[in-house]
Design a protein around this ligand. Structure first.
Ligand code: C5P
Length: 278
């Protein structure tokens, strides 16, 4: 038991630098190979010991999440209490990431909630109960709990940490359309285009692909517009859609190249975040 009263945890956005769908499993999930990476930009979760449970949402995307009703933060807290105890908490979520957008906002929030609760209650960050809760909450939550660049297999929960690209300038671009992860996976054409390679992370990412891009682009043509607009800018190392979309990202060779692209794209009215890889 620690004597902390409040813990604040950052919930960084997740990127899939590459996402290879290998086959559809009997349980309806898809077997993946994916390169997870995280950026500095994200949500913030604050957890305080309290006499009664409460949940407060603030930030630019608070209203969008509030209209969803249920959320992964309160579910993570409920599962933590079942597994580890700890009593009631006041939880505040500062929502900076667009929801249902392929950058793992809800998964990152759930993982940050688990890290904060673990810190408050003296549970080790690598306690297997935390991983089990994360795994039960969603396919991206274990990667977000680890919170570092990693190769993911299975549904994305079998993780092997990787080194490279820390500090790389990144621009995130979301055209403001939400796409359903389940629907995008259902739109995958069933063709296994092969594994992710190994070696230098940037080289591996560049030779990789996102197999969910084609079905997501078909459902949300705005993704095409974003990827075309991004591809025109100089200094790009890699541009691609993340997860099941609709957020796309570009890695840049310099801050100035990233910032020039951000200035040029501002007139489109898209959500933009200039950040860097963690
Ligand atoms: O695991 P999670 O609840 O985040 O997944 C949302 C949906 O995305 C699943 O219900 C499934 O339709 C699809 N999915 C999948 N294969 C994965 C991950 C997610 O088919 N590896």
């Amino acid at each position: 038991m620690s004597d902390l009263l409040t813990v604040t945890e950052h919930a960084p956005a997740k990127l899939n630098l590459a996402l290879h769908v290998r086959h559809r499993r009997a349980d309806g999930y898809h077997e993946l190979e994916t390169l997870f990476a995280f950026v500095e930009h994200g949500d913030v979760v604050r957890v305080t010991r309290a006499g009664a449970d409460s949940f407060t949402l603030t930030g630019p995307f608070a209203a969008a999440l509030a209209s969803e009703g249920d959320n992964l933060v309160t579910r993570a807290a409920a599962r933590f209490r079942e597994a580890c105890g700890g009593g009631a908490h006041a939880i505040e979520l500062e929502k900076h990431l667009p929801i249902a957008s392929g950058i793992g906002g809800g998964s990152a929030d759930a993982a940050a909630t688990l890290r904060a609760l673990a810190a408050l209650h003296g549970v080790a960050h690598d306690d297997p109960r935390l991983f089990a809760i994360a795994d039960g909450l969603g396919s991206d939550v274990p990667a977000c709990l680890l919170g570092r660049t990693a190769l993911g297999r299975g549904r994305g929960e079998q993780l092997a940490p990787l080194e490279g690209l820390t500090g790389t300038p990144v621009l995130l671009v979301n055209p403001g359309v939400g796409v359903s992860t389940a629907a995008v996976f259902r739109g995958w054409d069933g063709i296994d285009r092969g594994p992710i390679g190994d070696g230098d992370l940037l080289a591996v990412a560049r030779t990789g692909r996102n197999d969910l891009e084609a079905p997501a682009r078909a459902m949300a043509p705005a993704i095409d517009a974003v990827l075309h607009a991004l591809a025109m800018h100089p200094g790009i190392l890699l541009s691609r859609m993340s997860g099941s979309g609709a957020t796309c990202f570009a890695l840049f060779a310099s801050d100035s190249a990233r910032d020039a692209a951000a200035r040029a794209l501002r007139a489109q009215g898209w959500w933009l975040a200039a950040t860097r890889l963690r």
